[in-house]
Write a protein that binds this ligand. Structure first.
Ligand code: AHZ
Length: 311
């Protein structure tokens, strides 16, 4: 049988935009698109190198610009993104880099728990949702967002719209930059990064040195221990800046959420820790699938960071 050539596939004549009313009215741009189709539809021309340059020029400009940042947030889970949202809103003058090991930012906040959809937040974290513009159902002492992905996608879209925030995803923080205070203690002065795929292959490939970002404040929100989790606080132990980790304790929603928000703080000079990474430092309980503490720990981490810049 002969292979079908793309030119021989009969084209459906035109987009029937009239069947896609937007807010009850037809979209002007879609109507224009339909007219173009009638006149012989064709994409605007492009050369492959233009696509390449459109992406790489921007990325390398960002690498260049954010090599000196004001704040680096490590981990784009619910806490890291909440931190970024507060900082982006409060201080458009600060340059904020978010480093996320995964291709897809959002951490554990795409589902509510055990792969269920709804996301629970205990009051008073509903204030964060209201500020963000995420609708919820009020159940008295707690509220429910109909899908965790609605929270995370809204938060992400707001964070990514801030002109002073750059998300570098698929990039892992694989060490911290340190400065000696001269008395055996250190100050954190930035992060050491690599493509996550490279970070994962240090055992079987040699000589894949990392890259760096200098910043006076690093906010670590890498979650509880796991293949990537609790990264910065584990490194603080191996650098002998904290003696040992308390280790995350069992689940107790009532104590866990308060503890995480209250204890969000600068652990060593230059390094603020928020979200579930903190439970590993302090030996705090986990809360399981209730996300209010992640949002409010983000608010607190942002406040702690701004103290440095407001001084
Ligand atoms: O990929 C990680 C995730 O997106 C990222 N990350 C971890 N190590 C990294 C590294 N470099 C760059 N070295 C790194 N990125 O950090 C993100 C952490 O997101 P998370 O959702 O795991 O943590 P969170 O503290 O923002 O939210 C925790 C949510 C939890 S866990 C929990 C429980 O187990 O009881 N309950 C809640 C609400």
């Amino acid at each position: 049988e002969q292979a079908t050539s793309v030119d021989s596939v009969p084209l459906k004549s035109g987009f029937d935009v009239k069947s896609f009313p937007i807010n009850g009215t037809r979209s002007k741009t879609l109507e224009e698109l339909a007219e173009k189709w009638d006149q012989g539809f064709k994409f605007a021309p492009i050369r492959e190198s233009q696509v390449s340059r459109a992406m790489t020029r921007r990325y390398f400009n960002d690498l260049d610009s954010y090599a000196e940042s004001d704040i680096v947030i490590v981990g784009a889970g619910s806490c890291g993104l909440s931190t970024a949202y507060m900082l982006g809103k409060a201080r458009p003058d600060l340059k904020i880099a978010i480093i996320e090991a995964s291709v897809s930012p959002g951490g554990g906040a795409w589902l509510g728990g055990q792969l269920f959809s709804a996301m629970v937040m205990r009051k008073p974290a509903d204030a964060f949702l209201t500020d963000l513009g995420v609708p919820f159902e009020d159940e008295g002492d707690f509220v429910v967002v109909k899908h965790a992905a609605l929270f995370t996608s809204t938060l992400l879209s707001k964070v990514l719209s801030f002109p002073n925030i750059k998300l570098f995803n698929a990039t892992a923080v694989e060490d911290l930059i340190t400065r000696s205070n001269g008395d055996g203690t250190l100050r954190i002065a930035g992060v050491v990064t690599n493509w996550t795929l490279v970070t994962m292959h240090h055992d079987d490939q040699s000589c894949m040195d990392p890259n760096t970002i200098n910043a006076p404040i690093v906010i670590s929100t890498t979650g509880h221990d796991g293949p990537f989790g609790a990264f910065c606080v584990k490194r603080l132990v191996s650098m002998q800046q904290i003696e040992k980790l308390g280790g995350m304790r069992g689940l107790d929603m009532n104590t866990a959420e308060d503890a995480i928000v209250k204890r969000t703080r600068e652990i060593v000079p230059g390094l603020i820790v928020g979200g579930m990474e903190l439970s590993e430092v302090d030996g705090a309980n986990r809360m399981g699938p209730t996300f209010g503490a992640m949002a409010l720990s983000g608010v607190k981490a942002a406040e702690e960071a701004l103290k440095v810049f407001d001084e």
